[in-house]
Design a protein around this ligand. Structure first.
Ligand code: NDP
Length: 391
């Protein structure tokens, strides 16, 4: 608990109604809630009842729905609370701009890029769950954080693991990083078996409880593909320094290999609250009631090489990294469009990678981005090209 003269930490959660957003609020409440933290802004999209309930519970200053048509609904749900209400793209910007030292970036997809960038530019510490920021904008996003002067704190469990074991004064001795992948629900399925799987089957992740889109991306391994590109920018690595290993238990969250042959790993039960808590209390560690690892019960840890034939997303990520330029934005824009079509039942599971590859072929050779406008334009081009391939 905070003593009377201790300043409360002011924070904002972009995407508070999602899987990461609700886990973040859970961590905040366990670490003292309103006694220790002051919530500047919370944002959501369609889940107005949850957003309103969170804002009231936390005494947020501002609540924002990204859906401009839902402004009235949110206003009604918060009437009498004194909480300010905003909506749409300008509302999201207002939330990101509001003075808060720590911002959780947990909006799903490319929709998170604009607000996260705005928070980074004004110098907030960014707890980054939204991997699409780095996949699409790459070094432009890193530069925006550096210019703003805040810290970039990785929340994705693999990147958080690497952040925890990366010895910053030994960066010259880092040979490689190894991202672990659970392999998802179709790890042992053949291509034939995967052809007609449903979105419902694809979202059933064996170890992690996550939002719909990232769960399906885990099944196709597009999530790992995005993470490879994210890691490249986050830790300033060459593509050949980034390895992926399938590890079905999701206990080793990722590893760093050094020049002396040592490999440092971070382990834990699969619970995003550990990574969120680390990003919130960095550089200290906080006390969290997550399940502890029981090694005797665990008994074994398995590792296997990923299969890039059954999971072509990994090959496409490597290609995007090697070609550079705007291929990250192209891969992500095409992937988001193909994923939306798969969720709606308009394309089959394996079509997603084919669509992404074709769009990458069509848009190969786009020059490197010099501004965020270039990134948004490439994203839009990729979405349109992908949409043209979907019946
Ligand atoms: P969810 O789908 O559970 O939540 C997404 C959040 O974004 C919700 O608050 C949602 O609002 C909001 N949202 C949806 N569409 C829009 C939009 N167009 N504009 C603004 N806000 C929108 O996702 P997750 O929490 O699972 O993931 C969030 C991000 O974190 C993703 O980038 C994901 O890749 C990353 N991540 C997630 C992990 C996890 O364990 N879940 C692990 C590592 C990274 P509403 O619900 O009100 O509609």
């Amino acid at each position: 608990m905070a003593s009377g003269d201790e300043l409360k930490r002011r924070l904002t959660i972009l995407g508070s109604t999602g899987s990461i957003g609700t886990s973040t609020l859970d961590v905040i409440e366990r670490l003292g809630g309103r006694d220790r933290f002051e919530v500047a802004a919370l944002t959501g999209n369609g889940n107005i009842p949850l957003l309103a309930a969170q804002a009231r519970r936390m005494g947020a200053e501002l609540a924002v729905t990204a859906d401009g048509d839902r402004y009235g609904e949110l206003k009604d749900a918060l009437s009498g609370s004194g909480i300010e209400v905003a909506a749409g793209r300008t509302g999201l910007s207002e939330a990101a701009e509001r003075d808060a030292g720590w911002v959780m970036a947990a909006i799903v997809g490319n929709a998170g890029l604009g607000p996260t960038l705005a928070a980074a530019r004004r110098g907030a510490d960014i707890a980054l769950a939204n991997k699409e920021c780095l996949v699409s904008a790459g070094s432009l996003f890193i530069d925006a954080v550096a210019e703003g002067g805040g810290r970039l704190l990785p929340v994705d469990s693999e990147h958080n693991a690497i952040f925890q074991v990366l010895e910053n004064d030994q960066r010259h001795a880092v040979e490689r990083i190894v991202l672990t992948a659970s392999g998802g629900p179709f790890r042992t399925k053949s291509l034939d078996e995967m052809q007609h799987v449903t979105a419902e089957a694809a979202r059933a992740h064996p170890n992690w409880s996550m939002g719909l889109k990232i769960s399906i991306d885990s099944a196709s391994m597009f999530n790992k593909a995005l993470e490879m590109i994210e890691a490249r920018h986050l830790f300033n690595l060459r593509p050949d320094q980034i390895e992926v290993i399938v590890h079905p238990q999701s206990v080793v969250h990722s590893m760093v290999g050094y020049a002396d042959g040592s490999v440092l790993a971070q382990l834990g039960c699969p619970d995003m609250r550990t990574a969120i808590g680390y990003a919130l209390s960095y550089p200290r560690r906080c006390d969290l009631p997550v399940e502890r690892l029981d090694f005797a019960r665990l008994a074994r840890l398995d590792f296997e090489a990923p299969d890039e034939v059954r999971f072509p997303a990994l090959r496409l990520a490597r290609r995007a990294m090697e070609e550079g330029g705007l291929q990250g934005a192209v891969l992500n824009g095409a992937k988001e469009t193909a994923l939306g079509a798969f969720i709606e039942g308009r394309v089959d599971f394996l079509d997603m990678a084919e669509i992404v590859e074709e769009v990458m072929n069509d848009l190969a050779g786009l020059p490197a981005a010099t501004s965020m406008d270039d990134v948004f334009a490439a994203d839009e081009q990729a979405r349109q090209a992908a949409a043209g391939m979907i019946p």
